[in-house]
Design a protein around this ligand. Structure first.
Ligand SMILES: Nc1ncnc2c1ncn2[C@@H]1O[C@H](COP(=O)(O)OP(=O)(O)O)[C@@H](O)[C@H]1O
Ligand SMILES: [Mg+2]
Length: 276
C-alpha cells in the first residue's frame, strides 16, 4: 500500500492553463508559475500547446530550433528538443507539431510514448500553455490533463467566454473541477467580485461543479517592462506585486496536491490525447 502511494507521489502533475478569451495572460501566468514552482523545488516542464502562436519562446527570448514535430518523425529525441528556460524550467515547443498527433502510426506513437515515459522520473509538474477559445485542440488538452486552470480577467467578455468554456467541458465532457486564476484585477476585491460572478453564473446552470480559487494576479506595469525585456517578472522583479501573487498561487497549487493522482502522469496524458 505504502509503495503504491509512493509511486503515485512521484507521478508528475499535468496542469493545463486555459481561457475562454485570448489575451488574458495565460502565457505569462504559465511561464511565471513554472518559474515560481521551480523556485519551490519542483522540476517543471512547460509544453507550449498554443498551435497558432508559439509564444512562450518569444516571451523568454528563446529560439527553439526543433519542436515536437521532430520527435514524432524520429529525427530528434525529446531531450534534444526541450530547451532550458530561466530558473531551470524546461520548455517543450509544441507549435504545429501537436496537430500531427492524430496522424501518427502505431509505431510512431509507441516511440513517442516511450520517450515521454522516460520523463516521468525527471519531472514533477508539466504545465500546458494552450490557445484560447473552444476549439478541438483546447478541449483535447483540457480533457487529457488531470487539472486545469481557467484564467480570466475583470472584462465582461472574459467572464462570458470562461463560462462558455467551463459549460462545454462540464456538460459535454463531464469535467467538474476547475481551478480559477483572476488576472489583471486592480484590487483583491475586484478579483473576488469576478470570482463570485463566475461562481454565480456557473452555479445557476451547472450542478456539482467545483471551482477552486487559486489566486489573483494584479495588473502590474512591471510585468509589461519584464515582457519587453523578454524576461519573466518573477525573475527580474521578484518583489513586484504580481510576482508575489504568482508565487502565492504556486504555493496554493502545491498545497492543494494533485487530483486523481493514480492517473496523474505524462504517459496517461498523451494516451488521452492520442485517443481523441
Ligand atoms: N498581470 C498583468 N499585468 C499587466 N499586464 C499583463 C498582465 N498579465 C498579462 N499582461 C499582458 O497582457 C498581454 C497578454 O498576455 P499573454 O500572457 O500573452 O495572454 P494569453 O496567453 O492569454 O494570450 C501581454 O501583453 C502581457 O504583457
Ligand atoms: Mg498565450
Amino acid at each position: 500500500m505504502a509503495k503504491k502511494a509512493d509511486r503515485h507521489q512521484s507521478s508528475p502533475r499535468v496542469i493545463c492553463i486555459t481561457s475562454g478569451k485570448g489575451g488574458v495572460g495565460k502565457t505569462n501566468i504559465t511561464a511565471n508559475l513554472a518559474y515560481a514552482l521551480a523556485e519551490a523545488g519542483q522540476r517543471v516542464l512547460v509544453l507550449d500547446a498554443d498551435l497558432n502562436l508559439a509564444n512562450i519562446d518569444v516571451l523568454l527570448g528563446l529560439t527553439p530550433r526543433y519542436n515536437l514535430h521532430h520527435v514524432f518523425t524520429g529525427e530528434k529525441t525529446l531531450s534534444e528538443v526541450m530547451i532550458p528556460g530561466p530558473g531551470g524550467i524546461k520548455i517543450l515547443p509544441g507549435a504545429s507539431g501537436i496537430m500531427e498527433l492524430a496522424a501518427l502510426n502505431e509505431e510512431q506513437r509507441l516511440y513517442f510514448l516511450t520517450e515521454m515515459t522516460a520523463l516521468e522520473d525527471k519531472i514533477d509538474v508539466m504545465l500546458i500553455d494552450t490557445g484560447a477559445g473552444i476549439n478541438d485542440n483546447v478541449i483535447y488538452f483540457n480533457l487529457a490533463a488531470q487539472e486545469r486552470i481557467v484564467v480570466l480577467t475583470p472584462e465582461p467578455t472574459s467572464l462570458t467566454d470562461a463560462y462558455a468554456l467551463i459549460k462545454v467541458l462540464s456538460t459535454r465532457h463531464n469535467v467538474k473541477r476547475f481551478k480559477i486564476i483572476i488576472n489583471m484585477a486592480l484590487s483583491k476585491s475586484e478579483a473576488m467580485d469576478v470570482f463570485r460572478q463566475l461562481y454565480k453564473v456557473c452555479d445557476q446552470f451547472l450542478e456539482t461543479l467545483s471551482l477552486d480559487f487559486i489566486g489573483h494576479i494584479p495588473y502590474d506595469k512591471l510585468l509589461t517592462v519584464a515582457v519587453r525585456g523578454q524576461r519573466l517578472i518573477n525573475e527580474k522583479f521578484p518583489d513586484a506585486e504580481a510576482s508575489v501573487m504568482l508565487r502565492q498561487a504556486a504555493a496554493v497549487l502545491l498545497s492543494g496536491g494533485s487530483e486523481q493522482l493514480s492517473d496523474g502522469n505524462i504517459k496517461f496524458f498523451w494516451n488521452r490525447v492520442f485517443e481523441r
